[in-house]
Design a protein around this ligand. Structure first.
Ligand SMILES: CC(C)(C)CCc1c(C(=O)O)[nH]c(=O)[nH]c1=O
Length: 312
């Protein structure tokens, strides 16, 4: 079965890849994804300099999911830019993603200028869950700020770029964010990031599960799939067709991948479960998705992408 997909004229051999933040922070992680059937990799969201991240425990696994408040631990932009440049020299026909998450607008612009001036020919994934000025919600929930950042980015950045969005829960928010995003030459929108500020408790210890932020952290895993599918579908129905959608959130098996594609995803990213299972998950998901497609008589993902039915 053909599991390939195309975004902005770039063809990926497989419509599945890792989600930023999970097993993608160093060369070893990234080389393992390269060696797997995954269609691409995305690097851990980078800040301009090396960053230690939050004190541990900062991630806790749960049955079917996890909570994290990592705090952007990463080796700094130069490390990841160097990796992707070396990789694209070896494999010039492959497209990969470089995730960027400045903690200030200036940091984002500085990093994007550096990438713009480099030989990088992949996609940048700009993480809009990054913090805003104190007292304001994360950037992805401050629509004026999203608009301001994209105006400044597209004033100079002309390589392929997409944004990673937090989940929205109000249909008017889908309208508002889509209206803004449709103003820009975005290559893709990746929806969703973890569901923000959940709280996991250890009832025996009567204590929260992770140390940072009094135990509050982003939720990933099977619990967030309905929210992820709603965001992929909500944006797919509203975004101009030139903007591809990457679906992320709640993927544990081939059926979940199939559902994300039905909602309109051209590429599906796996985070939490990839964290548990490692790169062998890509073989399993490919087998499971292929079996579903064969059973339904679909030859390629184009046969069912975005074709979710309603009762109307
Ligand atoms: C939440 C931020 C630290 C601002 C960005 C990095 C990030 C993190 C993280 O590094 O804590 N965890 C997530 O689940 N999603 C993210 O986008």
């Amino acid at each position: 079965t053909d599991l390939s997909t195309t975004i902005a004229g770039r063809t990926f051999s497989n419509c599945m890849m890792n989600a930023a933040g999970v097993r993608c922070a160093d060369d070893n992680d990234l080389n393992q994804i390269i060696a797997s059937p995954a269609g691409a990799y995305v690097t851990k969201s980078a800040t301009p300099n090396v960053r230690e991240g939050n004190p541990e425990p900062r991630m806790k696994s749960l049955p079917g999911g996890c909570i994290n408040s990592m705090g952007l631990p990463n080796h700094g932009l130069d490390y990841y830019l160097n990796f992707v440049l070396q990789d694209q020299a070896k494999r010039p026909d492959k497209t990969n993603l470089l995730s960027v998450a400045g903690t200030t607008l200036e940091d984002n612009l500085t990093m994007l200028h550096k990438v713009e001036d480099s030989e990088f020919n992949g996609f940048v994934e700009l993480n809009l869950s990054c913090p805003n000025v104190p007292g304001k919600p994360q950037v992805g929930y401050d629509f004026d700020r999203v608009h301001e950042i994209l105006v400044q980015v597209f004033d100079f950045y002309d390589k392929p770029l997409g944004v990673k969005l937090p989940p929205y829960f109000d249909l008017v928010h889908f309208d508002q964010i889509a209206k803004i995003l449709n103003e820009f030459p975005l290559t893709f929108v990746n929806s969703i990031n973890s569901v923000g500020n959940g709280l996991v408790i250890d009832p025996n210890a009567e204590r929260v599960a992770i140390k940072p932020k009094g135990g509050f952290g982003g939720i990933g895993g099977t619990f967030i799939k309905p929210t992820a599918l709603a965001n992929v579908r909500g944006l797919s129905l509203r975004l101009k067709p030139e903007i591809a959608i990457i679906g992320t959130g709640g993927v544990m098996n081939g059926t979940d991948v199939f559902e994300h594609i039905l909602c309109g995803a051209s590429m599906v990213q796996v985070g939490t479960q990839f964290g548990f299972e490692g790169t062998r998950i890509f073989k399993r998901l490919s087998k499971e998705l292929s079996a579903i497609m064969d059973a339904k008589g679909y030859q390629s993902i184009a046969d069912f992408k975005g074709k979710l039915k309603t009762f109307d």
